[in-house]
Design a protein around this ligand. Structure first.
Ligand code: CA
Ligand code: CA
Ligand code: CA
Ligand code: CA
Length: 346
């Protein structure tokens, strides 16, 4: 039993500190729970973010022009996207809350589909500026543009490997699309899929070992995964509806995608499944129409812990250890008060 008000206070303080440490730890995980996507639910394409549990939807762009193809920066602090707001497709970067907008391409050709390098210093993108749809890279301020593909086919959808050394992309030729991979300087372009059906939207697993993609090889779009060298192809969805745009969770244990399988065939809702295709569920009961989701801060970064989350984890760990030691100290005082070692009375 608690013998004094000091005992009660020590116990209360201990419990409170444990609660604070737990909530602090959960706060460190918060970055893992965001998905960015585009949707035309408000009449034109806008960029939205949403928590993985379906709450806290925010429209980040709020512009009457179309805004689409969002991409998280590796640290989760910025989002690059394509917009037609200046009557020409250009790439823009904004802070993850929608503020601090910057236009980083300024070219009369169409520029879009940004993808960040894992070190956050470069952006791969697609442009028609040389008369053909090709993949380019530039610094994040838009300078130092280099062309990586020079092919009469359409080269699209660049995706940087987590180690920064390779870029996967889609090449469209003669009504076929295949997934290719090349070195980050554009050399050694290799076809990974070699299939007569359309294969597109490659996304690397956070550990760099797998590439997920969507494909029309079964008569309707399904999500597939393969080893990064194109071997060991596996079908993850098997549904008569369209299943599209896979994106890996930061730890690589789940894949989000969109599908029109439920309720509204004209609505693509966001779903999440395990990486073997099991446990496919919509992220919330309230439909979230959208396309091309990206899970913060998946697939681009070196390793799988986003830099910002890594800092939060280090900070949280230090706080946790400090609180744990203080808690033990207070508990010892509490126990000592309950069982004082008094000398027997003479
Ligand atoms: Ca818009
Ligand atoms: Ca342009
Ligand atoms: Ca193909
Ligand atoms: Ca399907």
């Amino acid at each position: 039993m608690l013998k004094t008000k000091y005992d009660s206070f020590a116990l209360f303080l201990t419990m409170w500190l444990l609660m604070v440490s737990l909530s602090s730890f959960l706060g460190g995980l918060a970055c893992y729970g965001k998905i960015v996507f585009h949707s035309d639910r408000d009449g034109n394409l806008e960029i939205y973010v949403i928590d993985v549990d379906g709450s806290n939807q925010v429209n980040l762009t709020k512009n009457p022009a179309d805004d689409w193809n969002p991409a998280w920066s590796p640290d989760g602090e910025k989002i690059a996207f394509t917009s037609y707001r200046d009557r020409n497709n250009e790439i823009y970067i904004m802070d993850a809350d929608g503020s601090n907008l910057q236009k980083i391409t300024n070219n009369p050709a169409s520029d879009g589909h940004p993808a960040w390098s894992p070190d956050g210093e470069k952006i791969a993108f697609v442009s028609t500026r040389d008369g053909n749809t090709d993949i380019y890279i530039m610094d994040v301020d838009g300078s130092n543009v280099q062309r990586l593909t020079c092919n009469p086919a359409l080269d699209m959808e660049p995706a940087w490997s987590p180690d920064g050394e390779k870029i996967a992309f889609v090449r469209r030729l003669d009504d076929n699309e295949d997934i290719f991979v090349m070195n980050a300087d554009g050399s050694s372009q290799v076809n990974l899929t070699n299939n007569p059906a359309l294969d597109s939207r490659p996304v690397w697993s956070p550990n760099g070992e797998k590439i997920a993609f969507h494909t029309l090889r079964d008569g309707n779009y399904e999500i597939y995964v393969m080893n990064a060298d194109g071997s060991n192809v596996m079908n993850l969805t098997n549904n008569s509806a369209s299943d599209l745009f896979p994106t890996w969770s930061p730890g690589g244990e789940r894949i989000a995608f969109v599908s029109n399988r439920d309720k509204y065939s004209f609505y693509f809702l966001i779903y999440i499944m395990d990486t073997d295709g099991s446990n496919q569920v919509s992220i919330c009961d309230d439909p979230v129409p959208g396309a091309r989701p990206e899970w913060c801060c998946f697939s681009h970064q070196r390793g799988f812990i986003p830099q910002k989350a890594e800092k939060i984890f280090i900070f949280t760990t230090i706080i946790l250890i400090s609180i744990f030691l203080i808690s033990i100290f207070l508990m010892l005082i509490f126990l000592r008060r309950r069982n004082p070692h008094r000398r027997p009375e003479p």
